[in-house]
Design a protein around this ligand. Structure first.
Ligand code: PEP
Ligand code: MN
Length: 360
């Protein structure tokens, strides 16, 4: 395993602020990119905000800033476009590199309209995955962009929205981008660790995971002083954190093909285990409610009849799935004894305190 920024030369690294807040911050960012031998500056001008009345970007006001940096510094700016008007304004300013955000790729009408406005003049177009874990929508958006003869399309994996609070802002579901890579083997696939992580402390581990899975590069949010950023302040890296990230990433040499494959399989297993544990946690929540009901109605924690019939039902599920019955039985017995233990603890709590105060 090699280490250091120089080994990233075969990877495409795109970095820059979530939104372009001022010309000077873009200038500083462009200088940082140059010092690292990088070329691609991302920055949002029209920001798609989930809630109204938040900073929605400087829009076309920021275009001359990027145009100057492009001309004077030889840096390639990449801008999110969500409407044909955005594309038109970018072309007027000489900006020809775009990305389609997750809220756009989810909508085929929007993608069609934007693609038509490219008029075969767009150069690099980055297509982020849609908000929901739907591979075919992502494929469809890429196919639509392909129709407009852009010079190059790059897919960007930014994770998928979920309903409840978790460690990461977005679920990575790594199998989805890897499946996309199989469908479009010649297309570059980048990872956006910032939107997956949601918190800057997790950006390095997500970036490393993407490298282990042989992604072709990263799109990272970087800001001169992230704490005061007007958008996504928690997930942006400051300049030294970004430099450290570039230094710390480890790449596997390409002759280690089989271990990349093994890595992919292990990541899939990790994700399945994550989901199994989340389901166990939900099961335990229900057990807690059952304990409450039983205590209130003076029922015993164990109903042996119910246990036997449930065990038979689980064995039947195992038979139908073609998985080993003995191991499946052990799994159910473990879940059941865990449940009894929880109920006993809850009973103990209810009898040692005033039950009506604990719960209604
Ligand atoms: C962004 O890159 O700042 C952005 C809004 O991304 P996404 O579309 O992935 O949410
Ligand atoms: Mn952002």
């Amino acid at each position: 395993m090699a280490q250091g920024a120089s080994i990233l030369q075969n990877k495409m690294i795109v970095a820059g602020p979530c939104s372009a807040e001022s010309e000077s911050m873009l200038q500083e960012m462009a200088e940082l990119l140059k010092s690292q031998g990088l070329h691609y500056l991302r920055s949002g001008l029209w920001k798609p905000r989930t809630r109204p009345d938040e900073f929605e970007g400087h829009g076309e006001l920021a275009l001359p800033w990027l145009a100057r940096i492009q001309k004077e510094m030889g840096i390639t700016p990449i801008v999110e476009v969500a409407h044909p008007k955005h594309v038109e304004k970018c072309f007027e300013a000489g900006i020809k590199n775009f990305w389609l955000g997750a809220r756009t790729t989810i909508n085929p009408f929007a993608v069609n309209e934007i693609v038509q406005s490219f008029e075969n003049k767009a150069q690099l177009v980055f297509v982020k995955n849609p908000m929901t874990p739907d591979l075919s929508q992502w494929v469809g958006a890429i196919e639509r962009v392909r129709k407009s003869k852009v010079q190059e399309i790059v897919a960007v994996h930014r994770g998928f929205s979920h309903f409840y609070e978790k460690k990461l802002r977005n679920d990575p579901f790594w199998e989805i981008p890897l499946e996309l890579k199989k469908i479009f083997p010649g297309m570059k696939l980048l990872c956006d660790p910032s939107h997956i992580a949601g918190l800057r402390q997790y950006v390095p581990e997500i970036s490393q995971m993407a490298m282990d899975l042989n992604f072709d590069g990263l799109m990272v949010e970087v800001h001169p002083s992230p704490e005061g950023a007007l958008t996504d302040s928690k997930q942006q890296l400051n300049f030294s954190e970004f430099q450290n990230l570039l230094q710390s990433l480890q790449l596997r040499s390409s002759d280690q093909g089989p271990s990349v494959e093994l890595e992919v399989l292990r990541k899939k297993i990790d994700e399945i285990d994550q989901r199994i544990y989340e389901l166990v946690a939900k099961r335990l929540e229900l057990i807690d409610q059952v304990a409450h009901h039983k205590f209130k109605n003076k029922l015993t924690s164990l109903s042996y009849e119910r246990f036997l019939s449930s065990l038979e039902a689980r064995k039947e599920i195992a038979r139908k799935l073609g998985i080993d019955e003995i191991n499946s039985e052990q799994l159910y017995r473990l879940l059941h004894s865990w449940s009894l233990e929880m109920q006993e603890k809850a009973f103990h709590l209810y009898s040692s305190q005033n039950f009506s105060e604990i719960r209604q």
